[in-house]
Design a protein around this ligand. Structure first.
Ligand code: NAD
Length: 356
């Protein structure tokens, strides 16, 4: 089979880590006889430098014509001075919107070999942790009406959190379907004690729950969820929440697992065309220095094989290779523990290829 992949290397460490993931994909292609056809496109800071816009139309067109989009990371200090509509991050919001990617799936898995990198006490995390945060991606406050206005308090600015029933229903269905394939435990996070949009969220989640009687559903306020994640993270299996709360909670969940450099994500819509990227940013502090951990990007490639191409055993092969390399003691700087063998980005990529 031939699969068309739009590749956005992006900024900062983006090219460092994507190059390693492509080597791993090539290795999978060689071993399992698939052909991955990459088309490199620009977005974020690199696109701003070349075309003066963060998301050129050509990028949108090529992404739409592909089977999947694979992204490193965008952004950097150089572009921080630009006005809101020209910021590199606008490219991500634009791509999600253009491709209709409303569900962000972020597994937060603590590898047992990296237990020491977890900032929580060992008795809290025990033998490991495995949860998935499902974040609504194209609604809520990041997409609501915004602007500047002056009232009796003086000059100010506002952003609006709006959710339609349709938007909540479709993300709730993704969450219940995910829970059905796991431990059948779903926590819906909102702020229904204060926000009208959260009360609507809760009502719709309860309606969808009627179609999934086997799933145990819990509702939790976001402030409590932030607390529960650090005092008892193992209570969670699948968490579903809105765009803003999900942005914050998924970063918190990922840090519990040890390093932001380990965790992948998938953004999905109603078709097989998904976008796959590590959860971390462009890490300008270590860009181009062969220091970035490529594992989050490499396991994002595994998610792409699984969700967009239905290549389950190929995805398993990548994940297994990562586990083997970790078990053999190889570490990039961000996950280095006592006795670990310190390697760079390229060496880590090569080790994973060899393990496949
Ligand atoms: P960041 O995730 O880039 O970096 C935070 C810290 O984690 C840094 O110390 C960095 O060195 C480290 N880190 C991140 N990824 C790593 C990896 N793979 N291996 C080893 N260490 C790693 O977050 P930030 O510093 O807040 O943001 C930097 C830039 O990235 C900003 O311009 C921001 O807007 C952008 N950003 C982009 C995305 C994205 O493209 N999806 C997401 C978040 C932030």
């Amino acid at each position: 089979m031939e699969y068309k992949i739009a590749v956005i290397k992006g900024d900062g460490i983006g090219p460092d880590i994507v190059d390693q993931a492509l080597l791993v994909l090539n290795k999978i292609g060689e071993k399992y006889k698939h052909s991955f056809k990459y088309t490199e496109v620009l977005a974020g800071g690199a696109a701003l430098d070349a075309t003066n816009v963060p998301l050129p139309q050509e990028t949108i067109d090529i992404c739409k014509a592909s089977d999947a989009v694979f992204l490193g990371a965008v952004g950097g200090h150089k572009w921080d001075v630009l006005p809101g509509h020209l910021r590199p991050e606008k490219a991500l919001l634009g791509l999600r919107e253009e491709l209709g990617l409303f569900a962000n799936i972020r597994p937060a898995i603590m590898y047992k070999e990296l237990k020491d990198a977890c900032p929580l006490k060992p008795e809290i995390v025990g033998d490991g942790m495995d949860m998935v945060v499902i974040r609504e991606l194209t609604g809520g406050i990041y997409f609501g009406e915004r602007g500047f206005k002056t009232n009796e308090k003086g000059d100010g600015a506002y952003d609006t959190m709006f959710y339609s029933e349709m938007e909540v229903r479709r993300i709730a269905i993704v969450a219940f379907e995910t829970a059905m394939k796991r431990a059948k435990k779903l926590t819906s996070v909102d702020k229904a004690n204060v926000l009208e949009s959260s009360r609507l969220w809760r009502k719709v989640v309860l309606e969808v729950a009627e179609d999934y009687p086997e799933v145990e559903v819990k509702h939790m306020y976001v402030d409590n969820a932030a607390m529960q994640l650090v005092i008892n993270p193992k209570q969670f299996d699948v968490i579903v929440t809105g765009n803003l709360f999900g942005d914050i909670l998924s970063d918190e969940a990922s840090m519990i697992t040890g390093s932001i450099g380990m965790l992948p994500s998938a953004s999905l819509g109603t078709t097989k065309l998904g976008m796959y990227e590590p959860i971390h940013g462009s890490a300008p502090d270590i860009a181009g220095q062969n220091k970035a951990n490529p594992i989050a990007t490499i396991v994002s490639a595994a998610m792409m094989l699984r969700y967009s191409f239905d290549l389950e055993k190929e995805a398993d092969a990548i994940e297994k290779a990562v586990e083997t390399i970790l078990a053999n003691g190889y570490r990039t700087g961000d996950i280095q523990t006592e006795g670990g063998i310190l390697v760079g980005t390229k060496e880590m990529g090569q080790l994973i290829c060899d393990a496949i």
